[in-house]
Design a binder for this molecule. Structure first.
Ligand SMILES: C[S@@+](CC[C@H](N)C(=O)[O-])C[C@H]1O[C@@H](n2cnc3c(N)ncnc32)[C@H](O)[C@@H]1O
Length: 336
């Protein structure tokens, strides 16, 4: 039997192993309970992930999606900081450790890794799954509550993934300020909803106020051109559905798309995208319509036609969330 090679494959195998021996009905019930507990109960004053079946349900049901969203955000960040590799990583509100897997998939490890969370069962399961990933074998898993007393040890990278939505306004400010004080780079990911985007923008403003520069997704560190309430910046990551997903959600689709919002910022110089594709490109006969966020703090649509030669071919391959133009195309041809 061939050993799984990529961290994504290793993670999938580790997660499916968790469900071995758990009767499918019990797994589905644990997911239903988890969803019900989250619904309408945030911010929470005690951990939602209280026991092993809660965290198994979370890991099997949500972790593949948070992992893929993080990988997409970290890829965009890595493109904007060529040559930089985090020498250490702290994942705050890390739960079962999706971000640690995504960081190790983006930049080969090992490196010192610390996961902080207030839910002991999540940390315990994260530690168990991480045993399958050589880059995470030495990771430390510590109980820590996000609040005004939160301190994070000095580190290269802090990730805060799908956590802000569980916090009060004061908690959100505390975690972003502690991350900014501790790290050279901060990556924050939230669900790709209007509320998730609003929390990302709030964090983005705090990071800029603390002296950070925005590396991704924005082409600049000035104000976001989106008018609050009219739209929200978000992206999409494809996630293979596990058998548990299919069982709980029904249907036979082999994948689903996880919508997420994010910001990646650094204290050191960054090279953000010239522009960012902020909607799914529309391919028409002989032309591609690209909705872009540009360096001049504006949103605009570019029409790339066959006349643009290599750029047109690049536009046909462009995806929602990509930098535009691709870094290796002729910059003179970027505007229609
Ligand atoms: C939706 S989960 C996200 C887990 C992980 N970061 C991911 O992306 O899969 C939210 C996590 O934040 C943790 N959390 C929520 N409020 C917290 C607090 N006040 N202090 C510490 N951890 C907290 C929860 O225990 C949970 O593990």
């Amino acid at each position: 039997m061939n050993a799984p090679v990529s961290p994504a494959d290793t993670l999938r195998a580790a997660l499916s192993g968790l469900l071995d021996g758990l009767p499918p009905r019990q797994a589905a019930q644990a997911v239903d309970r988890l969803i019900a507990n989250y619904r309408g109960r945030t911010p929470t004053d005690a951990p939602v992930l209280r026991d092993r079946s809660d965290v198994v349900a979370y890991a099997a049901y949500r972790m593949p999606a948070t992992f893929e969203a993080l990988c997409a955000a970290l890829d965009a960040f890595a493109d904007a900081v060529p040559g930089w590799t985090p020498a250490s990583h702290v994942d705050v509100g890390g739960g079962t450790g999706a971000a640690t897997w995504a960081v190790s998939a983006t930049w080969e490890g090992p490196r010192p890794v610390t996961v902080l969370d207030w839910a002991e069962p999540a940390l315990a399961l994260g530690r168990e799954i991480a045993a399958a990933n050589p880059a995470l074998k030495a990771a430390e898993w510590h109980r820590s509550r996000i609040g005004s007393a939160l301190t994070i040890e000095s580190t290269d990278l802090v990730t805060v993934s799908y956590v802000l939505g569980e916090l009060t306004e004061a908690g959100r400010a505390a975690v972003v300020d502690a991350a900014a004080a501790a790290a050279q780079a901060v990556v924050i990911v939230e669900p790709g909803t209007p509320d998730g985007y609003a929390r990302v923008i709030e964090a983005r403003d705090r990071l800029i106020g603390a002296g950070f520069r925005i590396a991704a997704p924005c082409p600049h560190s000035a104000a976001c051109p989106i008018v609050p309430g009219e739209d929200w910046c978000h992206f999409s990551a494809r996630v293979s559905r596990s058998s548990l997903h299919r069982q709980v959600k029904g249907g036979s689709l082999a994948y689903e798309d996880e919508k997420f919002s994010y910001v990646a910022a650094a204290r050191f110089p960054v090279a953000p995208a010239a522009s960012r594709v902020v909607r799914k490109p529309q391919i028409r006969k002989g032309q591609v319509l690209l909705d872009l966020c540009g360096p001049d703090e504006s949103l605009h649509r570019d029409t790339v036609t066959k006349r643009h030669g290599p750029l047109y071919r690049a536009a046909r391959d462009a995806h929602w969330g990509d930098a535009w133009p691709p870094p290796d195309t002729d910059q003179d041809q970027t505007r229609a």
